[in-house]
Design a binder for this molecule. Structure first.
Ligand SMILES: [Zn+2]
Length: 200
């Protein structure tokens, strides 16, 4: 079972405050405004569930939906303020936590830094889908292994510590200059690599 990213827990906390205070704000409304806002609330809750699910699985688009959701909530708060003139504790709480959440989301969506030691941005983004917590990984000491281009049964990247079957999607993303090939699992393990899930 993969560990969800730390920001998932931060976001769950922030979102809880946003949604609960928003529910309080909506239940303060009357008649038409209440019914209308209840509908909006259901849409927002669905979006929240969807984005949290995606974020849990380390998908970048989860943060895109989350940002859109929080912007919608901010617009909705403005709308409630405009039709009722009400601005109480619940509105303020929803406002503050939406802004915090938006900050967290945009932070997670930011362009990766160029010093991602040599990894192309695109390659890095793909890798992020596989290893959502790649940002938190400790830099791995370069394994002391000679560079070789002779294809064998298993392949590893000079920048990681796992070896893969060549058919593995992750293996296909290892740049030619970073490939290290092994003839056997034993050889790879002897050189300090761990087997990936793809190595049955
Ligand atoms: Zn693999």
């Amino acid at each position: 079972m993969e560990k969800p990213p730390i920001s998932f827990f931060a976001m769950s906390f922030v979102l809880l405050f946003v949604l609960v205070s928003l529910i309080f704000a909506v239940f303060d409304l009357h008649r038409f405004a209440f019914v209308f806002e209840l509908g909006i609330l259901l849409v927002l809750l669905t979006l929240a569930a969807l984005s949290m699910l995606a974020i849990y699985h380390g998908r970048l688009w989860g943060w895109t939906i989350m940002s859109a959701l929080l912007i919608l909530i901010l617009v909705n708060l403005l709308f409630i303020y405009l039709i009722t003139g009400a601005f109480g504790t619940s509105h303020l709480t929803a406002l503050v936590f939406s802004l915090i959440g938006l900050g967290v989301s945009l932070f997670n969506l930011r362009e990766p830094q160029n010093e991602q030691d040599g990894m192309e941005i695109e390659e890095y983004e793909k890798a992020k889908d596989y290893y959502p917590y790649i940002d938190k990984m400790e830099p791995i000491e370069e394994p002391k292994v000679e560079k070789t281009f002779t294809p064998g049964k298993f392949v590893a990247s000079r920048k990681a510590n796992k070896f893969h079957a060549p058919k593995c999607d992750w293996a296909k993303r290892i740049g030619k200059e970073n490939q290290i090939w092994f003839d056997s699992e034993q050889e790879a393990k002897a050189k300090g690599f761990e087997a990936d899930k793809c190595v049955a």
